[in-house]
Write a protein that binds this ligand. Sequence first.
Ligand code: AMP
Ligand code: ZN
Length: 467
Amino acid sequence: MTDIWLHNTRTRKKELFEPLDPANVRMYVCGPTVYDRAHLGNARPVVVFDVLYRLLRHVYGENHVTYVRNFTDVDDKINARAKESGRPIGEITAETTQWYLDDMGALGALEPDAMPRATGFIPQMVAMIEGLIASGHAYEAEGHVLFRVRSYEAYGKLSGRSVDDMIAGARVEVAPYKEDPMDFVLWKPSSDDLPGWESPWGRGRPGWHIECSAMAFELLGPSFDIHGGGNDLMFPHHENEIAQSCCAHPEGDFARYWLHNEMLQVEGKKMSKSLGNFFTVHDLLEQGVPGEVIRLVFLGTHYRKPMDWTEKKREEAEAVLREWRGLVAGVEPTGPDAEVVSLIADDLNTAGAITRLHALAKAISANPQKDCFYEKGVFLASAQVMGLLTEALSGWDAAVEVSGDVSALVETLLTARAEARKAKDFARADALRDGFAEAGLIVKDTADGAVWEMGPKFDAAKLEALR
Ligand code: AMP
Ligand code: ZN
């Protein structure tokens, strides 16, 4: 069996992965808050943990892995969105949940085995909070229930910080009803215009962290194997999940291997809604960027390194995938290459695995007289371990038919541009150049004149408007 090595945030070491039960390997990943389209950064953990899920299924068997990813469908951001749009909360969360599944599906992410919604687990959260109060780890104050952070000695172990350091570095909300500024909310009161559930502490709603603890316990038990999410969740979210779960269920040790992906960045800053420096996965798909291209770009950077999305990476990935898809047309996958699998199993070295795929592809292309059917099957199966070259992501690479009309129009416009240049009408020439780019027409000026092709974002209507 392939050895899997994973970098465990908890120990800050790469460790040999040993599941509690190889017949049921269990993983929990924190999912999205559903009030808006997922931005490209939100897709990074989805692709990273999809690769891990696929690897675990490959090693332990498809029916021996349980992957749970939640939907946070009760949150103040959702309430605010409902208020400003005048739409019912349920409508917003249902719509955004479906968008999320569609967009992540377009990136080739398999659906997890369970996708619990927070609002479906309120009684379990209430029960967990009652247990925490009974054991002295939580207390009620003015309709709120708070977790008593000082009651859990190991608090801060995951991120390796002391409680005092964390207080100094975090924006902890100081509230008069808190015993300690570090204490965090498990339950809070809801006014009549906000979603709320009856509880021993009056009508209210859960704090954010308790949902993951309650759902993970319900679906995976008091101890499970892997917990994942972006590294922005390490503190406070994951520290709080650990504190709640370990205090409520001291018989278990909650999650044993903690994996955190680094952030997708824009010019050195985390892509996030609050910074406004984001674009959505849907935007890219709408512009004609195939989901498989996004996936390959993501896998080109190790998950524990920050990454930037760039146009150059997109172009390169698209060219690579066109070539690879051409190579395996009509081929059936056999077993994957052992080296590709062991690279992925080495803390998800997807960049290394891609390099290896390039070498395999090169060896096949170097042998045009041989059909290389076996080698192609191995190559295809290897790519598929990372969710690339799958049937689900196919079809986008079909050569775009260039109609006679488009061809004639492009030639007319290129002639017009040449004439504008000749007449020193640079405004017109530049407008045409910009218009080509805008319409997704790629034009290269060569010694033999202009050559052109339709890019992935080609839009004939925009081209027509340039006449
Ligand atoms: P949120 O809906 O903001 O709670 O985020 C959902 C998931 O996306 C979490 O696992 C976050 O850590 C992750 N995430 C958010 N922003 C980024 C980013 N810029 N790069 C990578 N992951 C991110
Ligand atoms: Zn969580």
